[in-house]
Design a protein around this ligand. Sequence first.
Ligand code: Q0Z
Length: 286
Amino acid sequence: MSERGALLASGKVRDVYALDDERLLLVASDRISTFDVVLPTPIPDKGRVLTGLSAFWFARTREIVPNHLLELGDDGRSTICRRLEMLPVEMVVRGYLSGSGWVDYQANGEVCGHVLPTGLLESQQLPEPIVTPATKAVEGHDLNIDEEEAAALCGSDRYLQARDAALAVYRFAARHAQERGIVLADTKLELGVDSGGRVTLADEAVTPDSSRFWPRDGYRPGGPQPSFDKQFVRDWCLATGWDRTYPGPELPDDVVAGTRARYVEAFERLTEIEFDAYLADPKVVL
Ligand code: Q0Z
């Protein structure tokens, strides 16, 4: 992998380049965001943890859903992907009641048109996972929509295929994570359509940046749960008196090291592969 191609899109913590008409290069940085602000201090290897986890899930779910992954880079933080026609909605799969799902449930007992049982607690497991689509807003914040609106935007047949694919990936990953001590509360998946018309999983898959990972030990519904990866850095930032606006505080070495250790622990628990083995040869996750 030598040519990067032209920058196609830039996110808060990663970039996508166009290699040619059929292929993209995704590069994950070590930047970390909290409360929607990118902090000035990177977390070493965070981009590698996320790229490795994503590739791990793509490799393990390829029989369930086709995906865009073509090649994992030797640097451990870049992937070459099949260029797709992306669906205009993100698929959030929720197995637990948290974040905007909890906010919406408290307001009217529904989440994106899914009528839920009464009396559920914050962070409680739902009777069944639900798909709550969202439109991609230009700057960060996504707008939750119901499945009828999503079907209108995607075409109903495509929407139903994408919904089934997203649910299947969530169920696989949530069970895998649960068995390894991590609750996968929810995950945001992006799907597209390949040149043959197949609905295909794209972007990053089931990483801490696109999902809520909670430690299974200490999970207790009835309030918010600590984030497996970011709680440490969030708590430290707030303890400085930071008001959650740009710019965020610079992180001291011990907070950087502690946060890195949590990302690496999530990687190792989920993949059962030593992170050092991934650094030596990223293809071990495939
Ligand atoms: C995903 C994004 C990122 C910023 C474009 N396989 C694909 N085919 C077509 N388009 C995409 C993909 Cl992955 C695509 N994004 C989201 C990724 C930085 C925005 F790394 N943009």
